[in-house]
Design a protein around this ligand. Structure first.
Ligand SMILES: NC(=O)C1=CN([C@@H]2O[C@H](COP(=O)(O)OP(=O)(O)OC[C@H]3O[C@@H](n4cnc5c(N)ncnc54)[C@H](OP(=O)(O)O)[C@@H]3O)[C@@H](O)[C@H]2O)[C@@H](O)CC1
Ligand SMILES: Nc1ncnc2c1ncn2[C@@H]1O[C@H](COP(=O)(O)OP(=O)(O)O)[C@@H](O)[C@H]1O
Ligand SMILES: [Mg+2]
Length: 291
């Protein structure tokens, strides 16, 4: 299958490499009824090269998530009666991971809020925030807090237009306005923002530190407008961060490979019939085309 050129090569593997070279990543999310979301992120991290994937979920989601893939290590955390993280949920030490992805399927209760607040403070850690993690940033105006560490250059946000509308106040239908609002956040905090859509645009801080720059992705198709596609992207970007790519490179290569896998899935299964499962299963072929 012919394809556009990637923005950068996929990380190569030395012949004497070991799994620690490819990153220990932590995915955090899920809740009763949405265990599949964080399982998708975790499987996508494994399928895009992470050396070790650990997934922190509310206790009752453990068997479900572990059952999806034997390569996933699961960390059960304390939960509320309705199956989301409780206030007593305690994360393992973040310092023992190379990258952390948080948010898919997590819901927005107090336990989730405490987790997201603690990760915002860890600005020396590479982090991806998606879905309900972004909704918590919006609901509690966490990016406006005086307690927010100034430098958030190791943070990647992956909002869809609805999530970005909540975060910025710019409606989902106003694409240009949303991109401008994303640029303002990037200029203020230094993070990288993946503005999802057809096409997805990555907004990052310019190399000289002044202003924002855009990367317009040229892979992907409307077959990906289906539940779980974005959860796959969360795992890919977290995985690439764990493999020592910068936030800007991990976001650009991540959306490219994600879209290319979507194009392969659409070619083999049609746009209407492809799902997040075919998208996930097309990642090996997509990476194979790049190597
Ligand atoms: N298998 C699982 O467990 C899965 C679990 N998941 C989990 O579900 C939770 C809720 O996440 P969510 O994304 O489904 O809902 P939400 O955040 O309310 O956003 C929808 C709102 O935004 C608006 N909107 C406008 N433009 C849009 C656009 N281009 N793309 C998308 N939305 C757009 C849209 O407008 P409307 O469609 O009404 O026009 C609507 O008002 C979250 O935790 C997630 O991780 C999912 O990952 C799926 C698989
Ligand atoms: N029309 C489209 N063209 C290209 N990509 C799309 C299109 N619609 C959705 N996508 C991609 O699918 C993903 C959907 O993400 P998201 O809405 O977070 O899904 P979910 O939360 O259900 O997993 C994004 O990466 C987005 O870029
Ligand atoms: Mg999503």
């Amino acid at each position: 299958m012919s394809h556009p050129a990637p923005p950068l090569p996929f990380p190569a593997r030395a012949s004497d490499a070991h799994k620690g070279d490819f990153g220990r990543v932590l995915l955090i999310g899920g809740s009763r009824g949405m265990a599949g979301s964080i399982a998708l992120s975790s499987m996508a991290a494994l399928k895009t090269g992470s050396g070790l994937v650990s997934t922190a979920i509310p206790d009752r989601c453990l068997e479900t998530v572990a059952g999806f893939h034997p390569g996933i290590m699961t960390i059960p955390l304390a939960e509320t009666g309705d199956g989301q993280f409780s206030l007593s949920a305690t994360l393992p030490s973040i310092d023992s991971f190379d990258a952390v992805g948080v948010g898919p399927g997590m819901r927005t209760g107090p336990g989730s809020l405490r987790i997201v607040e603690s990760l915002l403070e860890k600005n020396d850690c590479l982090r991806v925030m998606d879905a309900d993690a972004i909704n918590l940033l919006s609901e509690h105006r966490l990016l406006e807090s005086p307690a927010l560490p100034r430098d958030q250059s190791k943070l990647v946000l992956t909002p869809h237009p609805g999530e970005l509308a909540r975060l910025t106040g710019v409606s989902a239908g106003d694409r240009d306005g949303q991109l401008a609002a994303a640029e303002s956040l990037v200029e203020k905090h230094g993070m990288t923002i993946v503005v999802k859509g057809g096409p997805t645009v990555v907004v990052g801080r310019a190399a000289d530190g002044r202003g924002a720059v855009r990367f317009v992705n040229n892979t992907g198709n409307p077959g990906m407008a289906s539940a779980g596609s974005g959860d796959v992207l969360t795992g890919i970007v977290t995985s690439l961060l764990g493999q020592r790519l910068s936030p800007w490179d991990a976001a650009r290569l991540g959306v490219f490979v994600h879209g290319l896998a979507g194009d392969i899935a659409a070619a083999n299964h049609s746009q209407p019939a492809m799902t997040c499962v075919e998208l996930l299963q097309s990642l090996p072929e997509a990476i194979g085309l790049l190597n």
